[in-house]
Ligand binder design. Structure first.
Ligand code: NAP
Length: 465
C-alpha cells in the first residue's frame, strides 16, 4: 500500500473518530457513535497491518494472539461490568494506555531502524524528545490510573493521603525528570530512558495519592487526557498519522471533560490536582446528623402525595444507579402520567459518578428525552412543583452549596428541590453523599424521608399507586 493511500485511510479513520465523539454526545446517537468509533479503529488497525506487514509468520501470530487476548478480555469485561463500576473500569483501561505508550517508546528505542528514525547510526533528536515525553506521560498515566482505580474500587481508602512535603517532592521529581529528558536526548542512553520511566511511575502515584475520592472522576478524565497526549507523542516518533489524530482527540476531549466537571462542581482544576477534597468529612456521616429528628413516610404516603400532585420533578442521583432503580422509576412515572400528573426529570451535571451517568441510565429505561431537563433549564420550576422526588441524590440538592462558605461544595450549582411544596427523599439511611457533608433538606418541614433501597421503595410505591 502506498504512503498516500495509507495516509488517506488514516484520515478517514480520524473522521470516523470525530463522528464517534459527536455521536457519543447525545443518548439518541450514542450507539451509532460507538459504531463509528469501532469502524474507525478497525480501519486504522488494518491500514497499519497492510501498510507495514509484520515480518514473518511468527510476528503475524503474535499480533493475532494479542488482538484475540486483548479483544476477548475487553469484550468479557465490558459485558460483565455493572454501570456503577464504570469509572474504575475506565481508570483501569487508561492504565493500559499508559503502559502501551511506555512499551511503544521502549520498542522504538531498541529497534529504531524499524521505524526509520536513524541518521548516521543515531536516532533523530526530535524523535528522542517525543519518545522521552511520551514515555514520561505514559508512565505517569499508568501508576496514576492504577491508584485512581484502587480508590474508586474501594481497594484503597478514598481519603486523600497527605504525604509530608508532597509538593516539594513532586516539584523535585518534576525537575529531575526534565534534566533526565535533556540528558537522554543528548546521550540516547537506555539506562537514562529506564530512569525516566521509574521516576515517572513514582510521580504518577505521588500525584494521585493525595487526591480524595470525590475528585477521582476529574482525575480519571485528566489521566485520559494525558494518555492521549502520550499516544500522540509516540505517534510522531512512529510517523503514524492515526496515532497522532487519535491521541490528540483523546487528549483534548479529556481536557475539556475535566474542565466541564470542575466547572459543574465550581472547583478550580488546580485545586483538584493539589488534592485534599473529600477528606475527613467524606469518611462518613457527620455525628450530628443521626441525632436530629426527621419526618419519615411510607411508600403509601408517597403514592398518595404524588397521585394528588399536579407537577412532580424527579431528581435522580448516584443511589439510583447503585439500586438500578431506573426501570421501576419509569414504570412509576408512566402510572403517574396516566393519572394526569405532569412529570419531568431534572439532571444535575455531576449527579452520579461520571458525566452523563443519569442520562445513560434513564435512556436505558426508555425515558423519553423530552422529559429530561438540564439543571439550568428546570431549576426555575421547583417553586411551582408539588413534589420534588429525590431518588438516591444528595450532594446535588444540598443548599449549603449556596449559603455555607465553609462547605467543601460551596459554589457548586444546586437543584433547588427545597423550593418544591413537598420533597420526597429516597435513601437507605442518614448517610452523607460523596462530598461527605450533611444535607439540611432532610430536616426541613416540607421534607419526607422514604428510607430503603431506591428500587425496593419505588416498587412498593408502584404497588400503592
Ligand atoms: P451523592 O451525593 O453521592 O449521594 C448519593 C446518595 O445515594 C447517598 O447519600 C446514599 O445515601 C444514597 N444511596 C446509595 N445507595 C443507595 C441505594 N441503593 N438506594 C437508595 N439510596 C442510595 O450523589 P449525587 O447527589 O448524585 O452527587 C454526586 C456526587 O459525586 C457529587 O458530590 C459530585 O460532585 C460527585 N462527583 C460526580 C462526578 C460526575 O461526573 N458525576 C464527578 C466528580 C464528582 P444512603 O447511604 O443513606 O443510602
Amino acid at each position: 500500500m502506498s504512503q498516500n493511500v495509507s495516509a488517506l485511510l488514516y484520515i478517514v479513520s480520524g473522521v470516523l473518530f470525530i463522528m464517534a465523539l459527536r455521536g457519543l454526545s447525545h443518548p439518541t446517537t450514542s450507539r451509532q457513535g460507538n459504531l463509528y468509533g469501532m469502524i474507525g479503529m478497525g480501519l486504522a488497525v488494518l491500514t497499519t497491518l497492510v501498510g507495514h506487514p509484520p515480518a514473518g509468520v511468527g510476528a503475524w501470530a503474535l499480533i493475532i494472539l494479542g488482538l484475540a487476548i486483548g479483544g476477548g478480555a475487553g469484550a468479557v469485561i465490558a459485558k460483565r461490568v455493572p454501570m456503577t463500576a464504570m469509572p474504575q473500569l475506565v481508570a483501569a483501561f487508561h492504565s493500559l494506555v499508559g503502559l502501551a505508550a511506555v512499551a511503544g517508546a521502549a520498542a522504538t528505542l531498541y529497534a529504531p531502524q524499524a521505524v526509520g528514525i536513524l541518521e548516521n547510526g543515531h536516532i533523530h533528536k526530535e524523535s528522542l524528545f517525543e519518545m522521552a515525553l511520551g514515555v514520561a506521560i505514559g508512565a505517569i498515566t499508568f501508576t496514576g490510573s492504577v491508584i485512581a482505580f484502587a480508590k474508586l474500587d474501594g481497594r484503597m481508602s478514598g481519603k486523600p493521603i497527605m504525604l509530608p512535603q508532597r509538593h516539594a517532592i513532586n516539584i523535585a521529581l518534576g525537575i529531575a525528570l526534565v534534566v533526565l529528558i535533556a540528558i537522554f536526548i543528548g546521550t540516547e542512553s537506555k539506562a537514562i530512558f529506564w530512569l525516566i520511566v521509574l521516576l515517572s511511575f513514582a510521580l504518577g502515584g505521588l500525584l494521585i495519592i493525595p487526591i480524595g475520592g470525590a475528585d477521582m472522576p476529574v482525575v480519571v478524565s485528566m489521566l485520559n487526557s494525558y494518555s492521549g497526549w502520550a499516544a500522540a507523542g509516540i505517534g510522531f516518533t512512529l510517523g503514524n498519522l492515526a496515532l497522532i489524530i487519535t491521541g490528540a482527540l483523546v487528549g483534548s476531549s479529556g481536557a475539556i471533560l475535566s474542565y466541564i466537571m470542575c466547572k459543574a462542581m465550581n472547583r478550580s482544576f488546580f485545586s483538584v490536582i493539589l488534592g485534599g477534597f473529600g477528606g475527613d468529612a467524606a469518611a462518613g456521616p457527620a455525628g450530628a446528623v443521626e441525632t436530629r429528628p426527621v419526618k419519615q413516610g411510607s411508600a403509601d404516603d408517597a403514592a398518595y402525595i404524588m397521585k394528588n400532585a399536579e407537577r412532580v420533578i424527579i431528581v435522580p442521583g448516584y443511589g439510583m444507579a447503585v439500586a438500578q432503580a431506573q426501570h421501576s422509576l419509569r414504570e412509576m412515572v408512566d402510572m403517574l402520567k396516566k393519572e394526569g400528573v405532569d412529570v419531568k426529570y431534572a439532571i444535575h451535571p455531576v449527579a452520579g459518578r461520571m458525566p452523563g451517568h443519569m442520562n445513560v441510565l434513564l435512556a436505558e429505561a426508555n425515558v423519553p428525552y423530552d422529559e429530561v431537563f438540564e439543571l439550568e433549564d428546570i431549576n426555575g420550576e421547583f417553586p411551582q412543583a408539588d413534589v420534588a422526588f429525590v431518588i438516591g441524590a444528595n450532594d446535588v440538592t444540598n443548599p449549603a452549596a449556596k449559603t455555607d462558605k465553609a462547605s467543601p461544595i460551596y459554589g457548586m450549582p444546586i437543584l433547588d428541590v427545597e423550593k418544591a411544596k413537598t420533597v420526597l427523599f429516597i435513601k437507605r439511611g442518614m448517610g452523607s453523599g460523596y462530598a461527605g457533608v450533611e444535607n439540611e433538606v432532610f430536616f426541613r418541614d416540607n421534607t419526607m424521608m422514604l428510607f430503603g433501597d431506591a428500587k425496593k421503595v419505588v416498587d412498593s410505591i408502584l404497588k400503592n399507586l
